[in-house]
Design a protein around this ligand. Sequence first.
Ligand code: SAM
Ligand SMILES: O=c1cc(-c2ccc(O)cc2)oc2c(O)c(O)ccc12
Length: 238
Amino acid sequence: MEDKLIPPAIPNLPILKSEALEKYILETNVYPREAEPLKELRNATANHPLHFIGTSPDAGQLLALILNLLNAKKTIEIGVYTGYSLLLTALTIPHDGKILAMDPNRKTYEIGLPFIKKAGVKHKIDFLASPALPVLDELLQDPANEGSFDFAFVDADKNNYWNYHERLMKLVKVGGIIAYDNTLWGGTVAMAEEEVHEFKREFRKCAIAFNKAISEDSRIQLAFASVGDGISFCRRIL
Ligand SMILES: C[S@@+](CC[C@H](N)C(=O)[O-])C[C@H]1O[C@@H](n2cnc3c(N)ncnc32)[C@H](O)[C@@H]1O
Ligand SMILES: O=c1cc(-c2ccc(O)cc2)oc2c(O)c(O)ccc12
């Protein structure tokens, strides 16, 4: 993964393309309401070389709202990194809720783990140090898992989003929601390929193809949110 993650001098502007506005939103609406364990985990991640891939707190705020509206109890998390969205989910779902979290990188999960434990929510998390696809395929071997999840958050290898979608559409219940992060891929989806840094081109193509595919998927209600790097919410209706 590392080779794809080190963007040379590419400005990491928020999707709003205004650092001042992003700062205003964070300082006015987000940081004052961010739970202390999330602040601590975010600060512990700040000096990690890949800190920019972590879920942004404003996106987290929206995810928590959706989890609450859904009364989500059983969720899937694909792509954990140091666990900001994982801890946020664990803090939001009820005491007897469960999150199946997958990421081949156990080391980055372990950076956030002390904050998860300190927050008293470790018992809600089943972390598997594995790529997600084989785990989802294994789950689908047992029909009892079909339609058994309330929510899934996908924030991992962008070239596999459609593969995740096909599987998650069976695992998430009708009425449940699958949220996909980075569907604007830094705004590059609306740029000509030549304008885009080589580092970003492959996933730009994947995001464009994925956005088209979900917009044509009649099994879902689709809502796109311009928060973080763009999040697409797919509510299973069929
Ligand atoms: C953008 S980060 C996730 C950020 C996380 N949501 C947060 O709140 O900080 C992407 C993660 O996806 C993981 N990843 C890459 N390939 C994967 C795969 N096949 N299955 C699951 N996770 C994967 C990477 O190891 C990385 O930690
Ligand atoms: O720059 C990135 C890269 C990723 C990424 C690349 C490869 C993988 O297998 C997983 C993730 O993810 C990012 C991300 O989620 C983000 O919000 C910003 C930047 C990047």
